[in-house]
Design a protein around this ligand. Structure first.
Ligand SMILES: *Cc1c(COP(=O)(O)O)cnc(C)c1O
Length: 361
């Protein structure tokens, strides 16, 4: 039997509305979207809530996430470059993968042949953020050998921004990506290739109507679930930014000093505590910890609650006002890294609301 709390709550109807709105704005400038599901492990109720919308498909960095929704009839894209050792599973589970390595493409081609299945590939170009992607010479090398990979459909090119290097997607960067289009079309023999211009950090260009015309695809995760574009963190397209919340239970509430008493050495993570002395305060302990969430990524809804710190299994807050008692539930907003860890923690209950009936998993 699982505990009721901590509980991560998703509003499936608001999620659907966000995806629908963004898909419509993007369709207006002839951009198709893949809905990126990795931050919530492709939870079934959320995938089911959007499966019939006008989207290209879902995209995830983990095969396991795509696999557990494999019976949902929607196109599936693997975002992280495949491990060569898992080529056969990639072809079996994903319809499309992002690639930049010849050796891996050879393995995918062999796997597709074995499984009598075609596999589609988008080639990733390095545009300065310095995660995955090829330079022009590597691109040319691969393009000259596409004919050797008879079981692969090369459907387009793409790039990634704001992931490792924090390099922004700008019209200039995206035009440099689009400059590879003509050569790709010629080599792959595709009339209308996908030119995939990045993630949620590219969305501001759609809003500003500044997206280069050649870009016809985006892969969007964070903006859809947290309701903000990620280049500037701005609210966009009137999306809901409160469809995910976290409920945590109070297990102690006492008036104690704000400054620890005794000889100060290190905290649970080997760091020297930096603590301000503000006299006596009301302190609450909530039943969640670093094991379940990035505590720095939690924002209390009640502004009378301030996070002081925490350890593996405890979150310590100051309660500045309000009528709180042990057993009460405190609600938080979450940022991306908090949501990622909460989604993967087996200690956190998941609840999906506003379906025909709400479900917990
Ligand atoms: C995670 C990821 C995305 C989606 O990023 P968001 O910032 O969540 O929109 C897109 N493309 C790739 C390759 C990714 O790994």
């Amino acid at each position: 039997m699982m505990s009721l709390f901590p509980r991560l709550v998703f509003d499936c109807v608001q999620y659907r509305n966000n995806v629908k709105k963004v898909a419509a704005y993007c369709a207006h400038v002839e951009i198709g979207i893949f809905v990126v599901t990795k931050v919530f492990r492709a939870f079934r109720p959320l995938v089911e809530a959007i499966q019939d919308l006008d989207i290209e498909g879902i995209a995830d960095s983990r095969l396991e996430n795509l696999e557990h929704v494999s019976d949902i009839p929607i196109q599936k894209l693997l975002l992280r470059l495949p491990m060569p050792s898992e080529a056969e599973r990639v072809v079996a589970i994903a319809d499309i993968s992002l690639n930049s390595e010849w050796e891996t493409l050879v393995k995918l081609n062999e796997a597709a042949e074995r499984l009598s299945k075609r596999h589609a590939v988008i080639l990733m170009m390095e545009m300065g953020d310095l995660r995955e992607g090829m330079d022009n010479a590597q691109f040319e090398w691969i393009l000259n050998r596409l004919y050797l990979l008879k079981n692969i459909d090369f459907i387009g090119i793409g790039a990634n921004f704001s992931c490792y290097g924090g390099i922004m997607a700008t019209p200039e960067k995206l035009k440099s990506l689009a400059a590879y289009k003509a050569r790709f079309k010629q080599a792959a023999g595709v009339e209308n290739p996908i030119i995939s211009g990045g993630n949620s950090s590219s969305l501001y260009l759609v809003e500003k109507e500044d997206m280069p015309a050649e870009i016809n695809n985006l892969r969007l995760g964070e903006a859809l679930i947290l309701g903000r574009e990620t280049a500037f963190g701005n609210h966009i397209f009137d999306l809901s930014d409160s469809l995910v919340s976290l409920d945590v239970e109070l297990i102690e509430i006492k008036v104690k000093p704000s400054y620890p008493i005794g000889i100060m050495t290190y905290d649970a993570f080997g760091e020297k505590p930096q603590i301000e002395d503000r006299g006596m305060i009301t302190r609450g302990i909530l039943a969640i910890g670093q094991q379940d969430v990035d505590l720095k990524g939690l924002i209390p809804y009640d502004e009378n609650i301030e996070i002081l710190g925490g350890s593996s299994d405890h979150l310590i807050v100051e309660i500045k006002a309000g009528d709180y008692k042990v057993g009460d539930i405190v609600r938080f907003r979450v940022n991306y890294s908090a949501l990622l860890r909460l989604s993967t923690s087996p200690y956190v209950q998941k609840r999906f609301e506003h379906l025909v009936t709400s479900v917990s998993i």
